[in-house]
Design a protein around this ligand. Structure first.
Ligand code: ADP
Length: 303
């Protein structure tokens, strides 16, 4: 079945946060693409102009570590977003027990993640929904960030779709404390959780509710003190917590190198104003010290 005279619809790839995702062939280029059909449901007048302008901006965001938004068009009351097709994602890599990830492989995956983030932060676009299944992997091993900027255009997915529980595990403490003025630090925290997940091969901070998520964070890093994070007490949902001491990060990540642990601790800084930026993280000695990151085509992927 043809969509908008250009795309030949194939099978459903999955149901995402905003709607169904189809595999399709772009008859103009012969390229395989993924089409995300976004229900515009309630908005009777269709998609508003702000959203369209934002989508146009997303189309301009082109980087080797960002999924390219090839096309966007309304069709039968749905908005269709056309992306380059990707074979797998980082979640599948992390979960695959047949895959061994060497320190060099982990370095490569996290470096590509940070490079994609750095590009977007430079353009003042936040991701806001970073998680391993949003990090897609292409045929040559390139990792690319998906769903960039969609959270801002279509609203935070978590509030509308309660089945979206996984994103909580990647949520920064300032978001859990209800901040309304979050910045690029929320993506750094999420990237740190993904880094930790690559090292542990399981999600690091698996909260069962927002309160429990904070509890998991405090258990890992100790309760934040007001000298560590002076603005914390002014956050809307701040409540005083019983003191929990911090275990050593080394005890949580026995296999990580000293450089990896140092970077991880800087990304997991409580105060978002003190937290390392993505650009600074890329300049950290972890990336220049041995072993060098694995060349993407040589990275292990699921069969
Ligand atoms: P979520 O909102 O839960 O992150 P998505 O809407 O991103 O989910 O995607 C839904 C499904 O479609 C997932 O199974 C994902 O693997 C697949 N998918 C999304 N984008 C692409 C793409 N560019 N190439 C291939 N598959 C994709």
């Amino acid at each position: 079945k043809k969509v908008a005279d250009r795309y030949l619809k194939r099978e459903v790839l999955g149901e995402g946060t905003y709607g169904v995702v189809y595999k399709a062939i772009d008859t103009k280029t012969g390229q395989t693409v993924a089409i995300k059909k976004i229900r515009l449901g309630k908005q009777k007048e269709g998609i508003n102009f702000t959203a369209l302008r934002e989508i146009k901006l997303l189309k301009e965001l082109k980087d080797p570590n960002i999924i390219e938004l090839i096309d966007a068009f309304p069709h039968k009351g749905n908005l269709h977003l056309v992306f380059e097709f990707m074979e797998t994602d980082l979640e599948a890599v992390i979960r695959d027990r047949n895959i061994f990830l060497s320190p060099a492989d982990i370095k490569s995956y996290i470096q590509m993640t940070l490079k994609g983030l750095a590009f977007c932060h430079k353009k003042w676009v936040l991701h806001r929904d970073m998680k391993p299944n949003n990090l897609l992997i292409g045929p040559n091993g390139q990792l690319k960030l998906a769903d960039f900027g969609l959270a801002r255009i279509f609203g935070s997915p978590d509030r509308k779709f309660t089945h979206q529980v996984f994103a909580r595990w990647y949520r920064a403490p300032e978001l859990l404390f209800g901040t309304k003025q979050y910045g690029s630090g929320v993506d750094v925290w999420a990237a740190a959780c993904i880094f930790a997940e690559l090292l542990l091969r399981r999600p690091f901070l698996q909260g069962t509710s927002d309160i429990d998520q904070l509890g998991k964070i405090f258990a890992a890093f100790g309760t934040p003190t007001s000298s560590q994070w002076p603005d914390m007490v002014y956050l809307p949902d701040y409540v005083e917590y019983q003191y929990v001491p911090a275990p050593s990060l080394r005890s949580l990540f026995p296999m990580a190198s000293d450089d990896a642990l140092d970077l991880l601790s800087k990304m997991f800084t409580y105060d978002p104003k003190v937290r390392i930026s993505v650009q600074q993280a890329l300049e950290h000695r972890y990336f220049s010290s041995a072993p060098p990151p694995t060349d993407p085509p040589k990275l292990p992927r699921p069969n």
